[in-house]
Design a protein around this ligand. Sequence first.
Ligand code: GAR
Length: 195
Amino acid sequence: MRVVILGSGRGSNAEALCLARQAGRLGRAEIVAIFSDRADAGILALGPRFGIEARYLDPAPFKTKLEGAGEQRYIDAVGACAPDLVVLAGFMRVVKPGFLAAFAGKVINLHPSLLPSFPGLDGIGQAFRHGVKFTGCTVHHVSPEVDAGRIIDQAAVRIEDNDTQETLAARIHAAEHRLLVEVVARLSLAVRVAD
Ligand code: GAR
């Protein structure tokens, strides 16, 4: 199964996928490319480290969504990789119907809360400030409505009385790394890949 990762940040989830693949724990999944909408994103350093194509793709003209010329650049570059799965791992930009139609049913996203609670930006801070006792992370299919696509799997994290937002974030990130690896490995075993 050919996997393309899109991300905007430090790339700890993409790193977890690369390490799992290296350790033989990613089923039949192979990471073929990493693209970022930020030229300075840490996620791009994974390319040389793991021998994977990794590059900045200009998302212009919009600031918070992927549409128009930027969307077409992503459709072309991702499409050239012939992916079976596109993983949004901290891709902080709203993906629109044009991209989703180009990779119908193949785009999944990781979100740091138990959806449908706390969608959108800062899912960890929203849950912490609300005072819920459990939060966690979700992997879901991407649909045009933000953070609302069909849920594939979730992991719960308890918020302890002595947690700060930072200690909570650390446990959620650890849970995300495990969950995303498990989901991608599982999906890879369900996909028929030409031998
Ligand atoms: C992750 O916590 C992911 O859930 C979140 O961005 C972080 C990326 O971290 N995504 C969203 O909030 C999407 N709405 P990483 O760059 O270290 O993988």
